[in-house]
Design a protein around this ligand. Structure first.
Ligand code: BES
Ligand code: ZN
Ligand code: ZN
Length: 485
């Protein structure tokens, strides 16, 4: 699909259909030409209205704000896709909200995120006619239209949506196909496609040499060997080094602390943190962001078998901290502990881990929101503010010393599960904090994306299945930081 801006009056653009957004139910707006038809249809501007004779589609837009643009763009796409319409034109009224770049970026994101489908396993694949979305650069009501900024917005929106949809494809792929080795191949492919992206793949021998015993323990009962995947994007004159660490559980059965059947479903999505890190680095490379960005992915399955790691085991992690295993289903933090230790060797200015880490985070925040944790109040607040424009929802979860008490172990330096049922998202974050060296305590942020990474029913511009959580909020954060340089 192509999104473009053409320097012509709207009336001079040839298209099969005109798309008109009805802003805040204002049916008296100068763009609106069909008052008679509205009367006939008793149309109030709350829903989608297709006037076939006039070849016009009206789509409600609640407010001139970026998230509403995404939502309405996705609604418009859904209405358009089933029509026998190839080209659609529309005015540039979106820019009336002040920032042409961000408005058009949000529109492109909503449109392309809304258009995502994972139909690989469907025999019958729908084929849609829609090919071209054409904005007219015509100015209206004396509002200046900055076509250059708007075009930049469309381009950035396309990059960010494509990166997000790439992550969705990774997460939606089935566990039989998407093994740690497959993730490694995907990362290598990415590196091949971008000149300043490189990729290193490490196998179980390397993990053993590095004493990554926590990571290795999780892998032990899997027939698929683990992979530590290290992608590096290095632009010229990078201003900062940002390292993303991703939980890449290609399947989480729970291990010997086996999940109940209902809870095991969707656990192909336990690789969402790693998938998001890949999406971010792909997006960053296309946006030419001025930061050195690393994606360190811990890829493994968590399975059962005679050689499975067990509750009661004690693991000596890469950093030397010993871990009492009390529940093999708290495996993500074990993989991350070793990956975070490895990541700190590369001296990050900012260190972010992303993981579908706890069910507790979903219980606490709901299915739509990621939990942000860390020791640095300013860093978390800055992230939250900068990520907000992306439309992803975040909540900061505060650490406290009482919760820290709950992961103490009688036999080892730390326990992989808390002694209380309560506060599980934060105690998991505090577990990870045990593996952050003093030097990096203030540079680290933990993002628990367990809620939004995968959805069993469609919401907003997300289809059922993977949502690509983490990609947009982190790319928006990086873009906003780049702007401040
Ligand atoms: N991958 C799960 C967390 C999860 C749950 C992600 C629901 C997405 C949706 C994680 O490995 C896990 O099982 N965590 C346990 C930890 C517990 C045993 C301390 C949990 O949350 O129940
Ligand atoms: Zn688990
Ligand atoms: Zn897990």
């Amino acid at each position: 699909m192509r999104l473009q801006i053409i320097n012509k009056k709207l009336s001079k653009i040839k298209a099969d259909l005109e798309l008109i957004f009805v802003v805040d139910k204002d049916l008296k707006h100068k763009f609106i030409k069909d008052e008679k038809a509205f009367k006939f249809a008793n149309y109030k501007g709350e829903s989608i209205l297709l006037l076939t004779e006039q070849a016009r589609l009206y789509v409600p837009l609640n407010k001139l704000n970026f998230e509403e643009f995404r939502l309405s763009a996705a609604k418009a796409y859904n209405a358009l896709k089933t029509l026998n319409v190839k080209t659609v034109k529309l005015n540039s009224y979106l820019s009336a909200c002040g920032c042409a770049k961000t408005s058009f970026q949000a529109f492109a994101e909503g449109f392309l995120l809304g258009a995502y489908e994972f139909n690989k396993y469907k025999e019958k694949k729908e084929i849609y006619a829609l090919k071209d979305i054409i904005f007219s650069s015509e100015e209206f009501n004396d509002v200046k239209f900055d076509a250059k900024e708007a075009r930049l917005g469309l381009t950035h929106g396309e990059i960010i949506a494509t990166a997000t949809n790439f992550t969705k494809d990774v997460v939606n792929e089935i566990p039989e196909i998407y093994t740690p080795q497959k993730m490694a191949e995907e990362a290598q492919n990415l590196a091949k496609n971008y000149p300043n992206l490189s990729c290193k793949i490490y196998d179980e021998k390397f993990l053993a040499k590095e004493k990554m015993n926590a990571f290795l323990a999780v892998n032990r009962a899997s027939v698929h060997p683990p992979r530590l995947i290290h992608l590096i994007y290095k632009p010229k004159d990078a201003k900062k080094r940002v390292i993303f660490v991703g939980k890449g559980l290609t399947y989480d059965s729970g291990g010997l602390s086996l999940k109940p059947a209902d809870y095991m479903l969707t656990m192909k999505a336990d690789k969402s943190g790693a998938a998001a890190a890949m999406g971010i680095i792909k997006g960053a490379a296309e946006l030419n962001l001025p930061f050195e960005i690393h994606a360190i992915l811990g890829a493994t399955e968590n399975m059962i078998g005679g050689n499975a790691y067990k509750p009661d085991d004690v693991l000596i992690s890469r950093s030397g901290v010993s871990i009492e295993v009390r529940n093999t289903d708290a495996e993500g933090r074990l993989v991350l502990a070793d990956c975070l230790s490895y990541a700190q060797d590369f001296k990050p200015d900012i260190l972010i881990d992303m993981a579908t880490l706890t069910g507790a985070c979903v219980v606490g925040l709901g299915e739509y929101t990621s939990g942000i944790m860390g020791n640095n109040e300013e860093l978390k607040a800055e992230f939250k503010a900068k990520a907000a424009k992306s439309g992803e929802l975040t909540t900061i979860l505060e650490f406290n010393p009482h919760l820290r008490e709950l992961i103490k172990s009688q036999i080892a330096d730390v326990s992989n599960t808390a002694s209380s049922r309560y506060g599980g998202a934060i105690t998991a974050g505090l577990f990870l904090d045990k593996f952050i060296k003093d030097e990096f305590k203030d540079k680290w942020m933990h993002q628990d994306i367990a809620g939004p990474a995968y959805t069993e029913k469609a919401w907003g511009y997300n289809k059922a299945g993977a949502t690509g959580a983490g990609v947009r909020m982190n790319l928006y954060y990086l873009c906003a930081m780049a702007k401040e340089l």
